[in-house]
Design a protein around this ligand. Sequence first.
Ligand code: ADP
Ligand code: MG
Length: 250
Amino acid sequence: MSAAIDLHDLTVTYERRPAVHHVNGRFAAGSLTAIVGPNGAGKSTLIKAIAGTLKPAEGRVDRGSLATRHIGYLPQAAEIDRSFPLSVADTVLMGAWHRLGPFRGVGRKQVEQAQQALLAVGLEGFEQRSIGSLSSGQFQRVLFARLLLQDASVILLDEPFTAIDARTTRDLLKLISGWHGQGRTVIAVLHDIEQVRQHFPNTLLLARETIAWGRTPETLSNDNLRRAKNMAEHWSADAQPCALNEEDDL
Ligand code: ADP
Ligand code: MG
């Protein structure tokens, strides 16, 4: 169930502009880590590189023997389209796709697992509702149910609690803590520093580069938080292209 993720000199660029710059470190197997940093710090970019949806410009992500389809990934809400007419049950069942493959249909076992997952997120009886009719908190519960069905050993969450009500946040934090207890590796982008201090043993403080990465109390020192903020204030609207990439072009 456990898997480590190693970042080796990881740089990810958009049109050669680095959004994540020479990041090195390890998310240990079974660790629970928050990624914290100012807007535009490259947090979502890093998560996508770990998920395998963005390719590094430099360096690499080492997932050991783990295939990217075995990584659970919850994108930032703004990137999810829920105008598509899908039922709650079908959305949750998508979590089983990597196990079923495209040609093996959903069986009774998967339907039961989906019901169990909906029960676990407090949405029993919501199976036939369309996802467009849910509140943002309910929809986030559905996406967590889908992650439960996916049964991934590494779970990536990009701002799972932004614009989510307090009760849903509390319930979903319990699920995260349960995943941690089962030895899964969980990485979550978060904004609420107090929440991180309370629930996340490890933190990566990112401002395109690593400001600090380690145990949460030391990482989130006032000094480090100030440094991260200062970095962000010095970013111009368009950052300089990565020097290493420049050389590659010569
Ligand atoms: P965060 O999640 O920490 O707010 P992002 O990873 O979303 O930061 O973005 C990091 C930087 O990369 C920002 O300057 C952002 O504008 C830029 N960026 C993000 N996505 C794209 C994209 N698809 N194309 C070009 N630039 C992007
Ligand atoms: Mg983001």
